[in-house]
Design a protein around this ligand. Structure first.
Ligand code: BES
Ligand code: ZN
Length: 637
């Protein structure tokens, strides 16, 4: 293994829904630039309600939120007020219903003809997933209200780290994760991707700490408040905040990296090619519409690889491998600036419109920058994961692109089906129509639905009108239906042919058959991708074989988090005990869900339930609330 981790990461010690009005481009600075004359399908034709919100957004819709908050590290709460501006879709509507979860509502005031007046409201009993509906009497002509509130120290969308839990050890740290339905633990809001709003914020934080949001960072005003503005309408799940002892390093004039000092230089180096990614994306799909693009490398307890908060992607430090081998995650989060943030899934049942499109765009950008060989390897690795997730799906309906209304939590919408099956559906369309037609079609899709929230059916209608109508024989209705509404792996899925992976697989077989020794495996020029293919494809080995591999390549304790994870999954399944102390260290130092949920599951399923429970008990306090909940589920607590 050639990768060196530059810095130790430690958690504990260191530490149609679219109603016409929701869809309006109000406040959009850049006018849509439509590359070809596209046929627009009115989104309200495909209205389906979002089952994960209490908001009555079909009647009254929030257009703007102005936050005014103290970030209180002593009490671990956000404390202050939000002013909401709203439009009445139904002119007779006199109630605005918002989502809240674990919020303390202190008062609600309405801006009336007679000035600001206390409003009548009711806060419903809490549902464990959805939280509590806040129904406010808005009379018949008010257009804004103000809610004083504070969050709970246990808010699932916020992780409050003590100084001891940070790398710098001196200052506390806060970061949010609103997707999918945790914005409601940060503020009372219509917490559905069907609703888009602009926002602004004024924050007070302790001296010496830097607050950042998914917005323009406008600095401190005369009163010392930190101010932010997001002038483009976004869904609530993209509202984000991070506060800490955070430094900044520019990559170019419009792109830079924020991080704690220990990892700032390494992060700027790892992500140095982000400007080329933005250029490739723009070349394919039109202008980047959000102003600056910055990245923040969060503490290791960040539960995702990346999160596409607009203007400021949130990233896990496990990407800082030292060799740029994991930067497809940057390509992914940046790609969301088109797929997801610009054109948004209107409900979590349509999540593939965000994640499948983004996985496709990510891979196109990786191909543009690094060539077909790497892009195809990444497709092949994705397909391996997709096959596993289809085989492991809790219910067959979870293997559909358009998901049913049987979801119990939006988490269920984010398997590799949504990502990779979605990506391969677009690859299928690309193969059938050809890039010469498909690339301009996608560009026109992003422009046509810019700043709107749409359903799968909106996309299919746009596909019919703008691509299929012009190329009637290219795909059949039955093929499209199989991809979108069918279960499992479609018969027409592309087979990514990687010669590099074939070579790896051939060498692997020669080794497992005893024809060559572990040292004789041709690993000298293997990239991280080839290592991952090798490790993921290993059959059950003898203890001597695990040891031979480990001795030859020091896999246990390797510093590339992806390779370490792949190796640990195999060794747990194969009962190779010498790796277990390193697995424990990994679980104590990394909070990224993609790795740790499956490691805990594998331990539990392979005779190590006791270890899993013991390590979780020790690591839990350092994990993000989202990860705590997910691992409790895995371990059946
Ligand atoms: N938007 C997701 C992260 C997410 C999904 C947060 C669902 C909350 C609920 C983000 O864009 C993402 O997909 N991240 C991936 C990386 C990607 C390369 C597949 C991750 O975190 O691993
Ligand atoms: Zn994504």
């Amino acid at each position: 293994m050639t990768n060196t981790r530059l810095t130790a990461l430690t958690l504990l010690t260191a530490a149609s829904v679219t109603l016409a009005s929701c869809a309006a481009n109000v406040g959009t600075p850049t006018p849509p630039e439509v590359s070809a004359a596209a046929t627009v399908i009115p989104a309200e034709r495909f209205f389906t309600a979002d089952q994960f919100t209490y908001a009555n957004y079909q009647d009254v819709v929030v257009k703007h939120a102005a936050l005014d908050l103290d970030v209180d590290f002593d009490r671990k709460v956000l404390d202050g007020a939000v002013t909401l501006q709203f439009d009445r879709i139904d002119p007779s509507a006199e109630t605005l219903t918002l989502d809240t979860k674990d919020l303390m509502i202190k008062s609600v005031d309405l801006d009336t003809d007679a000035g600001w007046m206390p409003a009548d409201y009711t806060l419903a009993a809490a549902d464990p997933v959805l939280g509590s509906a806040l129904a406010i009497d808005i009379g018949d002509d008010a257009t804004q209200l103000r809610i004083s509130y504070e969050t709970s120290p246990d808010a699932e969308g916020l992780q409050w780290l003590t100084p001891a839990q940070t790398a710098g050890k001196e200052e506390p740290y806060l970061f949010s994760q609103a997707q999918a339905i945790n914005a409601r633990t940060m503020l009372p809001i219509q917490d559905t991707p069907a609703v888009r709003m602009t926002y602004e914020a004024s924050l007070r934080v302790p001296d010496g700490l830097l607050p950042l949001m998914s917005a323009s960072q406008d600095g401190q005003d005369a009163n010392g408040n930190w101010t932010f503005e997001m002038p483009q309408p976004i869904p609530s799940y993209l509202i984000a905040i991070a506060v800490g002892d955070i430094g900044f390093k520019a990559i170019n004039d419009t792109i830079g990296v924020y991080a704690e000092d220990y990892i700032l230089d390494a992060s700027a180096e790892e992500f140095a090619e982000t400007p080329m990614m933005e250029a490739a994306n723009t070349e394919l799909y039109g202008p980047y519409r959000w102003g600056r693009y910055d990245l923040i490398v969060l503490p290791p307890s960040f539960p995702f690889g990346g999160m596409e908060n607009p203007r400021l992607s949130f990233m896990t430090p496990t990407l800082i491998a030292g060799d740029k081998s994991l930067t497809n995650v940057v390509a992914h989060e940046l790609a969301h600036s088109w797929s997801g943030n610009l054109v948004t899934n209107a409900s979590w049942r349509d999540a593939w419109l965000n994640e499948g499109f983004t996985s496709y765009v990510e891979n196109r950008v990786m191909e543009a920058l690094y060539g077909e060989k790497r892009a195809v390897m990444e497709q092949a690795l994705g397909l391996e994961d997709l096959k596993r997730d289809i085989a492991d799906a809790a219910r067959p309906s979870l293997t559909q692109l358009k998901l049913n209304d049987d979801l119990t939590h939006p988490d269920e919408a984010f398997s590799q089906v949504t990502y990779v099956k979605g990506q391969f559906f677009l690859n299928f369309l690309e193969d059938r129509f050809g890039r010469a037609a498909f690339d301009p079609f996608l560009k026109s899709y992003f422009n046509t639905y810019a700043f709107e929230s749409i359903t799968t059916e909106d996309f299919l209608a746009f596909l019919d009108a703008n691509l299929r109508a012009k190329n009637p024989g290219a795909v059949t209705d039955a093929e499209i239906d199989e991809w979108v509404y069918g279960q499992g792996l479609p018969g027409t899925i592309r087979n990514p042919q990687s010669d590099a992976f074939d070579t790896v697989a051939a060498a692997s077989s020669r080794w497992t058959r005893g024809e060559i020794t572990a040292e004789e495996l041709p690993t000298a020029d293997w990239s991280t991708h080839e290592w991952l293919h090798f490790l993921n494809g290993l059959p059950a080995l003898s203890q001597a074989q695990y040891k031979a591999l480990d001795d030859a390549y020091s896999l246990t304790g390797t510093q590339n988090a992806e390779t370490a994870f792949a190796w640990y999954m195999q060794t747990i399944k194969g009962g190779y005990a010498p790796a277990l102390p390193a697995v424990e260290e990994f679980l104590m130092s990394v909070g990224r869900g993609k790795f740790i949920y499956r490691l805990y599951g594998a331990l539990k399923d392979n005779g190590q339930a006791e270890m899993a429970n013991r390590v979780f008990a020790n690591a839990k306090a350092g994990y993000h609330p989202i990860a705590q909940r997910r691992i409790s589920d895995v371990l059946g607590e």
